[in-house]
Design a protein around this ligand. Structure first.
Ligand SMILES: C[S@@+](CC[C@H](N)C(=O)[O-])C[C@H]1O[C@@H](n2cnc3c(N)ncnc32)[C@H](O)[C@@H]1O
Length: 217
């Protein structure tokens, strides 16, 4: 067990019970990311830091042919996610495993080599070594596959009082907006190209899509 695992379990032990109801008001842009995934037919889709499986259940409904996978470092979150997957009758299509975004092997966790889509939704801001997490994701993308990300932005277009209030609130949950995301993405892997980058909601969020080039690993 790592310190990160224990910290996330501590944060989410009780929060997971109110997570979906409370986060819909401030994890903005998640549905936009899900709509934009547009996976190929029968594609494998991985969410890194899947939390309660709120996103995975939505993707499973939208793409009945897709095969879905989720990893999370918190056993507490995964317990809630497993219950939700069962409740929605998706246990045969959505597979979950405990894993650390900065070092995981999908062949070991799921017996599959790679994914056509990988996404992070409000997870990079909770991972201290977030650049390593991006490198890992790039490693497990199929050539032509896409990495989609949404997370907190720098809130540059919002009033100062709002920025400070939100910043203090996020610190309570060990969340740090990744200000360097835009400049970091093109450096993550020689095989990854930045396709689009936006700062929607006046900079409240940042939203990016990268594509893995059709070259070797
Ligand atoms: C803010 S929640 C987002 C959950 C979900 N992606 C969503 O959009 O609702 C962040 C999640 O990332 C997980 N997480 C944090 N650090 C992680 C790591 N190193 N590896 C995998 N998951 C991690 C947490 O346990 C938590 O479930």
């Amino acid at each position: 067990m790592t310190g990160a695992h224990l910290l996330m379990d501590r944060i989410y032990r009780h929060q997971r019970h109110v997570y979906d109801a409370s986060r819909k008001y401030y994890l903005l842009g998640r549905d936009r990311l899900l709509d934009g995934l547009q996976p190929p037919w029968n594609g494998r889709i991985l969410e890194i830091g899947c939390g309660t499986a709120r996103n995975l259940t939505a993707v499973a409904r939208a793409h009945p042919d897709a095969r879905l996978f989720g990893i999370d470092i918190s056993s507490e979150m995964l317990a809630t996610a497993r219950r939700k997957i069962e409740r929605h009758g998706l246990a045969d299509r959505v597979r979950l495993a405990r894993g650390d975004a900065t070092r995981f092997d999908p062949a070991v966790l799921f017996g599959v080599p790679s994914f056509s889509r990988i996404f992070f939704s409000y997870t990079l801001s909770m991972i201290p070594d977030w650049e390593k997490a991006l490198q890992q994701a790039a490693l497990w993308l199929q050539p032509g596959g896409e990495l989609h990300l949404v997370d907190f932005g720098g809130q540059e277009g919002l009033p100062r009082w709002f920025r400070h209030g939100l910043g203090r609130w996020l610190q309570l949950f060990h969340v740090t907006p990744r200000d360097g995301l835009r400049s970091t993405l093109p450096r993550v892997s020689a095989h990854l190209a930045l396709v689009s980058f936006e700062r929607p909601y006046r900079g409240y969020a940042q939203y990016a899509i990268c594509r893995r080039l059709p070259s070797g690993r």
